[in-house]
Design a protein around this ligand. Sequence first.
Ligand SMILES: Nc1ncnc2c1ncn2[C@@H]1O[C@H](COP(=O)(O)OP(=O)(O)OP(=O)(O)O)[C@@H](O)[C@H]1O
Ligand SMILES: [Mg+2]
Length: 236
Amino acid sequence: MAQKQKYRRTLNILEKSKKQSQFDYTEVFRHIRTNIEFSNVDNPIKSIAITSSQPGEAKSTTSMNLAFIFAAKYQKVLIIDCDLRKTMLHKYMKLSNSYGLTDALINYGKTHRFTDEYFQTYQHPSFSGLLYVLTAGIHVPNPSELLSSDTFKEYMKVLKQNFDFIIIDCAPIGAISDAIPVGNAVDGTIFVVSAKDTKRKDAAQCVDLLKRSNVNVIGSVLTKADSGSGSYHYYY
Ligand SMILES: Nc1ncnc2c1ncn2[C@@H]1O[C@H](COP(=O)(O)OP(=O)(O)OP(=O)(O)O)[C@@H](O)[C@H]1O
Ligand SMILES: [Mg+2]
């Protein structure tokens, strides 16, 4: 019973979208997964960051939906909340945030030993196994410094060795640069564009900034597009 309540919020997000139209969102995200998998044949993408230009453009929702669709195919999938200034994943997923990424980084910086004690697990009817979750963790005064640190880079390398696929929910790049060091530590970054909220010029400037910062922008997901075909689209 308690478990059912735990998943209700996420289900609601998906169901709300489904009710808005007859569009099959699972199919859309399956297509996005395939495009990510085939975006680089020589060096397969195994870790992605999600960012956008401004707050509220559906980065966290997109990150979760991608995590669910990857968890339906791969055994060990991890989603990380790297928006350390506006921590939301644990709220959307009804999980605790008494420990998480920041705690794991502080511990790894001291010990250089990988431990799984900072991960939580999550179940959802759309996949049979478990999704691993690293919530944001204890509030830190210096998120940029932490995400730009060598400890973060090293920790990401260790995570990549321990998981089949990693999805990272980032802060918007328009006001703060936290998504840059995260983008540099993953294989590819997806730029979310909201049909309702995003200004074309802002999006172009942000993508340009990411590319100039050596972030591998592999594509975009268009959210909140109120067309007959539903509110998620994607393009590369
Ligand atoms: N495809 C969609 N269509 C319409 N509304 C959506 C869609 N996806 C998410 N939303 C709504 O948009 C709002 C913002 O979503 P979300 O928290 O995922 O955005 P975000 O980009 O992560 O925001 P922030 O930058 O504040 O972290 C929420 O109220 C959510 O329910
Ligand atoms: Mg968010």
